[in-house]
Design a protein around this ligand. Structure first.
Ligand SMILES: Cc1cc2nc3c(=O)[nH]c(=O)nc-3n(C[C@H](O)[C@H](O)[C@H](O)COP(=O)(O)OP(=O)(O)OC[C@H]3O[C@@H](n4cnc5c(N)ncnc54)[C@H](O)[C@@H]3O)c2cc1C
Length: 230
């Protein structure tokens, strides 16, 4: 079955703004966290979070977490788990869970060529059939999986807000591979909805600062943005 890569925000720190604001204010106050919570208005909190984000006092962003369910190819989960700091992962096991509901992602470049898409689908089906044949012959799932083509996988991932900032700056950029970029963009959209002040400056560097760190490898989008395009 052909599927699309998806990221769904499942859970998050109930009040991300409050946690960050209290952490930031506590550094420069004699009050404890409970007192600060009582003393600070919503407006104070939002103003402080905005300032903290702009100034780069980002350690305070670590006091919030966002928990996602992600469905993507194993190509992309491999890239995702390279982010080591401020993240936790749990991924469905191919040793203990047999791939009976065989799902996979088709890259847009292949989808655009119907003849190749058809071959791609056949290739995927052949992989599944051989996998099934191995299982039917009592080969353990942990060994049968060696013949699987790049199938879909499921993960739950927790990021703190600081780590999300870093992830978005790397993976919302057009230099990132399309599938992980799609995942990152879906995640950014959802966290922006929950905590717009916190994630106001999150995204690809060109969208956030108008600058591109990619040098000669730049896609040129920054020039378009500077000229009022998107
Ligand atoms: C466009 C693109 C192309 C890529 N291509 C490749 C590729 O060809 N091959 C490849 O292997 N990877 C590639 N990557 C993955 C990349 O190298 C990183 O592994 C991945 O993006 C995670 O970034 P990170 O290490 O900064 O994040 P994290 O692991 O979350 O680390 C966050 C930050 O903590 C610090 N840190 C973490 N660990 C250490 C440490 N051990 N020592 C010192 N400081 C540390 C660093 O400042 C780091 O930026 C690519 C990534 C992108 C976005």
């Amino acid at each position: 079955m052909e599927i699309r890569p998806t990221a769904e925000l499942i859970d998050y720190t109930p009040d991300p703004i409050k946690n960050v604001a209290i952490a930031a204010r506590l550094c420069y106050s004699k009050d404890g966290a409970r007192d600060l919570e009582k003393k600070m208005s919503r407006q104070d909190m939002e103003k402080l979070v905005k300032k903290v984000v702009e100034l780069g006092h980002h350690s305070t962003l670590e006091h919030t977490y966002f928990y996602f369910h992600i469905e993507c190819s194993r190509v992309t989960s491999h890239q995702l788990v390279r982010q080591r700091i401020g993240t936790s992962y749990s991924q469905r096991s191919q040793r203990y869970v047999e791939e009976d509901n065989f799902s996979y992602i088709t890259p847009p470049s292949i989808m655009a060529k119907p003849a190749l898409q058809k071959k791609y689908k056949e290739w995927m089906q052949k992989g599944q059939e051989f996998y099934q044949e191995l299982l039917n012959n009592n080969i353990p799932a942990e060994d049968a999986r060696f013949v699987l083509p790049t199938v879909k996988t499921n993960l739950v991932v927790s990021f703190n807000a600081r780590s999300l900032y870093h992830f978005f700056s790397l993976r919302c950029c057009t230099r990132a591979q399309w599938e992980i970029r799609s995942i990152a963009r879906q995640m950014l959209k959802q966290v922006k909805k929950i905590a717009p002040v916190l994630f106001e400056n999150a995204g690809a560097p060109c969208e956030v600062s108008g600058e591109c760190p990619e040098g000669k490898l730049s896609c040129g989008k920054v020039v378009k943005l500077k000229n009022g395009g998107n």
